[in-house]
Design a protein around this ligand. Structure first.
Ligand code: IPM
Ligand code: MG
Length: 353
């Protein structure tokens, strides 16, 4: 297993260090794991002038899987768009064709108190958001800011080809087949032609999956339904932009954005694994960040890229056990709980592993 580790910026290095300890533990228990480190985001700009340097692209191309922390920080906010840390993340997704972004939102019963919704609304919540990751308005051309008739205008292009929609739809239907066989496709077909095509193509692909019950929902309604009655959902499939927004919303149902891992896969299940949260510069370097989303990303890596279900489950169970013991980082703690720092949380996961 060749794994490229790209810690990135902010809390990235701290949380990734704990996830690497988990990989090391799996290695000493017999998995053939080889790790190499690389630069992405702001730290890569500092070192090379580019957010996604060639050397990182080489490393990532040759790896089977990539573990990434987070990118970005206020230090880089003034850089031109092409040099911003976020560009590094978008570039690696595009360069490696990682079009299928799986973002599970699972509520651990131990954390029901940490959710801002009533426990009965979120208990046993288990949703999978399948977000298309290499198309849509994120990458569409033309784009820009320019002068027209004496004033500035800004514009972007929302665009999907039918093959892009087909391949993400297949991923979503297959994910639903392994779960509760419900798929909700989210679009804005009442206004946007691009998403009318999305709906039509998803309908066509659904003919190959008669065992999955497909529904369609407009994105504004989906945003509302996610907080009204989130348990109606099993798998949600949507485009890049809507998926970005809805997955942040869904994360909060589970109590903390610090708990949610993600996988971004190509058509051969090569994948980039990262927590869905950002680089949290405000708490970076203080040993308080929650490493669990990154550790759970290692579990997803074992499951999706390496087909090591048992290793995946071991890691997930270890996290579960730590939560059951009442151990918490500050973001998920309620009163009378023992608050651990980043490294101490890593220690706890390793000992329960
Ligand atoms: C995410 C992030 C990224 C995105 C940013 C950092 C470019 O918000 O992974 O959800 O918009 O995709
Ligand atoms: Mg986002």
């Amino acid at each position: 297993m060749k794994i490229a580790v790209l810690p990135g910026d902010g809390i990235g290095p701290e949380i990734v260090a704990q996830a690497v300890r988990v990989l090391d533990a799996l290695k000493s228990d017999g998995l053939e794991i080889n790790i190499e480190h690389g630069l992405i985001g702001g730290c890569a700009v500092d070192a090379t002038g580019e957010p996604y340097p060639d050397a990182t692209h080489q490393l990532a191309s040759q790896a089977d899987a990539i573990l990434l922390g987070a990118v970005g920080g206020p230090k880089y906010d003034a850089l031109p768009r092409e040099k911003r840390p976020e560009k590094g993340l978008l570039a690696i997704r595009k360069a490696l064709n990682l079009f299928a972004n799986l973002r599970p939102a699972i509520l651990y019963p131990e954390l029901a108190e940490a959710s801002s919704l009533k426990p009965e609304v979120v208990s046993d919540l288990d949703i999978m958001i399948v977000r298309e990751l290499t198309g849509d308005i994120y990458f569409g051309e033309p784009r820009g800011i320019e002068m027209r008739d004496g004033q500035r205008v800004g514009y972007n292009t929302m665009i999907y080809s039918e093959s892009e929609i087909q391949r993400i739809a297949h991923v979503a239907f297959q994910a639903a087949q392994k779960r509760n066989r419900l798929l909700c496709s989210v679009d804005k077909m009442n206004v946007l032609e691009c998403t009318q095509l999305w709906r039509d193509v998803v309908d066509e692909v659904s003919k190959s999956y008669p065992d999955v019950k497909l529904s369609h929902m407009l994105v504004d309604n989906a945003a509302m339904q996610l907080v009204r009655n989130p348990k109606q959902f099993d798998v949600i499939v949507t485009g890049n932009m809507f998926g970005d927004i809805l997955s942040d919303e869904a994360s909060m149902l589970t109590g903390s954005i610090g708990m949610l891992p993600s996988a971004s896969l190509d058509s051969n299940n090569k994948g980039l694994y990262e927590p869905i949260h950002g680089s949290a510069p405000d708490i970076a370097g203080r040993d308080v960040a929650n490493p669990l989303a990154t550790i759970l990303s290692v579990a997803m890596m074992m499951r999706y890229t390496f087909n090591q279900d048992e290793a995946a489950q071991r890691v997930e169970n270890a996290v579960r056990k730590v939560l059951t013991q009442g151990l918490r980082t500050q973001d998920i703690a309620s009163e009378s709980m023992q608050i651990l720092g980043t490294k101490a949380m890593g220690d706890a996961v390793l000992s329960s592993l």
